[in-house]
Design a protein around this ligand. Structure first.
Ligand SMILES: O=C(O)CCC(=O)C(=O)O
Ligand SMILES: [Fe+2]
Length: 351
């Protein structure tokens, strides 16, 4: 299924409880339009998630083309035989390569997840580190992964530039810790959710917040749900996200919360089965995670009157972004009874 012109498929049903997200324009954000930048900031201090219309700019149009190619490629990757996919299984403590359905869990009881991942590191596709082994269908498309990494990184920088202006931080503060050529854990994640059997449909991807700075998500079918800021994780509080054609779904990750001492928000989200008639289709999605450089310190930033000082009892982490991501990945991969071995920040919100 292509992202820009998907084959005809059933509508996202009306009357579901959905989160009302603003649709911002990429071309206006690139131009740092004042009203649009304010709308962005207001969204980021309330929910941390919004839709981004891509078609109004050249940059957005070429991203749409890359995303179309990635969706097609995703179908080919997940259709490979299981024996072949398992050859590229994620090593413990990493989220790179292939993860089969059921390897992750969706709750504290250990109920298995229902999604497959194919993940490619930015450092791998840009040649910053040696390439990990990958199936031929992936290796022959390395330039597509590299283009996607550059486009998504650039889009994330646009978002960060606008936020920086609103925060009153000096120009280039965020760019200085997100240099694309520096080692980081930025990655793309292609995801496949097979249709679930009628009568046994449930959450397929665990409730979580993203670790990094900016996540750019491409959805065709519904299934993504957000728990609004401040709401308890009760079933009735989860709201569906209605995907919009040619719009990316952008959310902030926990690094932005850390940098701004809680001013900017990183939404709790999960993936349910696709709603209504869409539940009978395979759901593909694509995420790109932009994260701070490995060397960057995970501390609240100085230089903005809007970022409050830490109270003495608040924990100032001060670990590097590399360690932050590695520790959180490891914490997410162990059973809940092992969480005490990790610092508190690494298991926050984990199931
Ligand atoms: O598949 C989706 O819509 C969401 C995926 C997601 O939240 C993630 O991979 O972090
Ligand atoms: Fe996520």
């Amino acid at each position: 299924m292509a992202f820009s012109s998907p084959a005809p498929f059933p509508n996202f049903p009306p009357n579901l409880p959905t989160i009302q997200l603003p649709t911002l324009s990429l071309s206006k954000l690139v131009a740092e339009d004042e009203d649009e930048t304010k709308r962005l900031f207001n969204t980021c201090i309330s929910t941390g998630v919004f839709l981004l219309e891509l078609q109004s700019s050249q940059e957005g149009l070429s991203l749409i083309k890359q995303v179309d190619d990635m969706f097609q490629l995703g179908e080919r990757i997940f259709k490979l035989g299981m024996e072949e996919k398992l050859r590229y299984s994620m090593l413990n403590g990493t989220v790179l390569g292939y993860k089969g359905a059921g390897i992750g869990r969706i709750d504290a009881k250990g109920t298995p997840d229902r999604c497959e991942f194919w993940c490619m590191g930015k450092d791998d596709v840009l040649g910053i580190v040696p390439a990990l082994p990958a199936p031929e269908v992936v290796s022959s498309h390395r330039s597509l992964y590299a283009d996607l990494a550059r486009s998504c990184h650039s889009l994330s920088m646009t978002v960060l530039d606008c936020l920086e202006t609103q925060l009153g931080l000096s120009r280039g503060t965020f760019r200085a810790c997100h240099r694309i050529e520096q080692p980081s854990s930025d990655q793309s994640r292609q995801i496949c959710y097979l249709p679930q059997p009628e009568g046994d449909r449930r959450t397929s991807l665990v409730p979580h917040t993203d670790y990094g700075s900016v996540t750019i998500l491409f959805n065709i079918l519904g299934g993504l749900q957000v728990l609004p800021e401040g709401k308890a994780a009760e079933e009735e509080n989860w709201l569906w996200v209605r995907p919009s054609p040619n719009c990316a779904i952008i959310n902030l990750g926990d690094a932005m919360v850390k940098f701004t001492n809680g001013l900017l928000k990183s939404p709790m989200h999960r993936v349910m089965y696709a709603p209504g008639e869409q539940a009978n289709l395979t759901r593909y999605s694509l995420a790109y995670f932009t994260r701070p450089e490995d060397q960057c310190l995970m501390k609240s930033l100085k230089g903005s009157a809007m970022i409050s000082k830490l109270n003495s009892e608040d924990e100032e982490v001060g670990v590097t972004a590399g360690e932050w991501v590695r520790t959180r990945v490891r914490a997410a991969q162990v059973q809940v009874d092992q969480h005490a071995r990790f610092p508190k920040w690494a298991t926050k919100g984990l199931k």
